[in-house]
Design a protein around this ligand. Structure first.
Ligand code: PLP
Length: 393
């Protein structure tokens, strides 16, 4: 009998699995589990529970016996409401029968979008820093991310000048992500128009992750496919997790021209089948009656945002004013520490969790991400501790 080496099962791993970078964030959450008195500005999720009517709608759907799969596309009522919602809010129209697919969060939407349009030899422009799942999603599609370095100097906007030198015949698509995680940046419309012209000129497909579309402060969100000519070359990713405090329900959506939806649908139907049914009923209620809750939560995030930005600047960490999402991304270079040193020492000395900027890409180095989706009380206490830490008090 042949002898089998049981020591290293990693020999069974595919090349693809080996190429997926490990999550830089999880490690920090593991470090703090079980430690008393820790304040976390780490995890990027709302501190609110899902608003009552939305929860009730989910529960009611279960009581009424809606416990089977839905259509692979998702409940038609949800797609129709979404179609109306996007038309009313952004003036962009999608056919609920063929251009909208309900997914398991933006996470699945991102995965099927990448796998439907990218493959071996393809490249996609990806903002750096950006959400930690983008590079793995591209790698899992066997394609190659081309990082676009962004900086605080340009308020973390993606400018055409940064993209031009990175173009090659293999570059097929551009990933856009505004309002942005981790920077909180929102692109003004006139800059997005330049990106739209660039996409047109170079015939690029755009994947636009707009999960934070409802969380902007004092500025309007521009839905990328609503811009002239962009609807036909954009895959719009959206979801309920952040705006409606529904992270655990796992419901999102993807909107695109029918041929693209058809391709994504093939992957979705064989891997996922349909998004959770109760969550889809809850999402219907979110669109019907969630608006006042969105506004209340947004007003509270805004209050916290202002306190964070002004206090961090006073502490001596230059902090760009984010206009969206629920993150601040202070420049920590005045401390002389690297991002990872800052985060580790802050945790050990003051029990405050932040995320080192470089987990979001090499251009995030010199920054840390702090999430203000936590109570004002916790934020104030965290800021005092950060002040003590920075000034070695
Ligand atoms: N996109 C961005 C930019 C995010 O920040 C997140 C979650 O943090 C997601 C997508 C994933 O969202 P979902 O809960 O809809 O899968």
């Amino acid at each position: 009998m042949a002898t089998v080496d049981h020591r290293s099962v990693s020999r069974f791993l595919s090349e693809r699995a080996r190429r997926i970078p490990p999550s830089g964030i999880r490690r920090f959450f593991d470090l703090i589990s079980g430690v008393e008195g820790v304040i976390s500005l780490g995890v990027g999720e709302p501190d609110f529970v899902t608003p009552d009517p939305i929860r009730e709608a989910g529960i009611r759907s279960i009581r009424e016996g809606h416990t089977s799969y839905t259509s692979n596309y998702g409940l038609l009522e949800l797609r129709e409401l979404l179609s109306e919602h996007l038309a009313a809010r952004y003036g962009v129209r999608y056919d609920p029968h063929s251009e909208i697919l309900i997914t398991v969060g933006v996470s699945e939407a991102l995965d099927i979008a990448c796998r439907a349009v990218l493959g071996r030899g393809d490249r996609i422009l990806v903002p750096d820093p950006s959400y930690v799942a983008y590079v793995p999603a591209v790698v899992m599609a066997d394609a190659e991310p081309v990082m676009v370095p962004l900086s605080q100097r340009y308020e973390f906007e993606m400018r055409v000048e940064f993209l031009e030198p990175l173009l090659s015949p293999e570059v097929k698509a551009l990933l856009l992500a505004y309002p942005n995680n981790p920077t909180g940046a929102v692109m003004p419309r006139h800059e997005l128009e330049k990106l739209a012209a660039f996409a047109e000129e170079h015939d690029l497909l755009v994947i636009s992750d707009e999960i934070y579309d409802r969380l902007t402060y004092g500025v309007e969100h521009t839905c990328f496919p609503s811009m002239p000519g962009m609807r036909e070359r954009t895959i719009l990713l959206g979801g309920f997790s952040k705006s409606y405090a529904m992270t655990g329900w796992r419901v999102g959506y993807v909107c695109a021209p029918a041929d693209l939806i058809e391709a994504m649908m093939k992957i979705h139907q064989y891997t996922i089948m349909s998004a959770p049914t109760a969550a889809q009923y809850a999402a219907i209620e979110a669109l019907k009656s969630g608006e006042p809750y969105v506004q209340q939560m947004r007003a509270e995030y805004d209050r916290r945002r202002k306190v964070m930005v002004s206090s961090l600047n006073e502490i001596g960490l230059p902090t760009f004013e984010p206009k969206g999402a629920f993150y601040v991304f202070p420049d920590i270079t005045p401390t002389g520490l690297s991002s990872i040193e800052f985060v580790e020492q802050l945790l050990l000395q003051q029990k405050v969790v932040a995320v080192p900027g470089d987990v979001f890409g090499p251009s995030g180095e010199g920054h840390v991400r702090m999430c203000y989706a936590t109570s004002m009380e916790q934020i104030e206490e965290a800021l005092e501790r950060i002040n003590r830490f920075v000034h070695r008090l």
